[in-house]
Design a protein around this ligand. Structure first.
Ligand SMILES: CC(C)(COP(=O)(O)OP(=O)(O)OC[C@H]1O[C@@H](n2cnc3c(N)ncnc32)[C@H](O)[C@@H]1OP(=O)(O)O)[C@@H](O)C(=O)NCCC(=O)NCCS
Length: 150
């Protein structure tokens, strides 16, 4: 498969929301995420897609004020397409996006893909004690019933 078969784009109209939702709802970080949440999240982010023909094979989105801060989220490459540089092509597009230049902070969290991001300048937190968060892991999981309170 040659590189030219793939298109990398930040066009929101290019996103196959059903495909992204189908992946994310099985991901370790957003298990069972509802479709309407994914729709809203994409609408309010800069979405990056890798398309193989018409097929959405990779995705990432950046939450940002387009001036000072950005947060990279929901990065994935479909399993059958891994190991051939598509995550790098996605990250090249993210880091080169004109609205994501000159930021004071660009942040992300990752369980095991730090090696991918390190090459783009991301480092572990220098001062973790200064960072605070409200974090609800597993909040979409249907077996926990956390969204409905049941
Ligand atoms: C992580 C993921 C996006 C990488 O996609 P990919 O297309 O296989 O990555 P690439 O082929 O572009 O590889 C890019 C580089 O990152 C490295 N890399 C890829 N996955 C990695 C991982 N999990 N940990 C460390 N390095 C990794 C590769 O070795 C490669 O380095 P190289 O250029 O020096 O060889 C993909 O494995 C994936 O979707 N995983 C499941 C979802 C996930 O964990 N997403 C990340 C959430 S933060």
């Amino acid at each position: 498969m040659s590189d030219d078969e793939f298109t990398v784009t930040s066009d929101p109209a290019a996103v196959d929301v059903d495909a992204v939702h189908a992946y994310l709802r099985t991901s370790y970080w957003a298990e069972d995420v509802p479709r309407d949440v994914v729709v809203r999240a994409i609408a309010n982010s800069i979405p990056f897609s890798v398309l193989h023909g018409q097929r959405q094979v990779a995705f990432a989105r950046v939450i940002t004020d387009r001036a000072t801060f950005a947060y990279l989220s929901d990065v994935y490459v479909l399993e059958a397409y891994r190991g051939r540089g598509l995550a790098r092509r996605l990250m090249d597009a993210v880091m080169g996006h004109p609205d994501l230049q000159g930021l004071r902070r660009f942040s992300l969290t990752t369980r095991d893909a730090a090696g991918l991001y390190r090459r783009y300048g991301f480092t572990p937190l220098a001062t973790p004690a200064r960072h605070m968060e409200i974090f609800r892991p597993g909040m979409y999981r249907q077996d926990l019933g956390s969204r409905t309170g049941t």
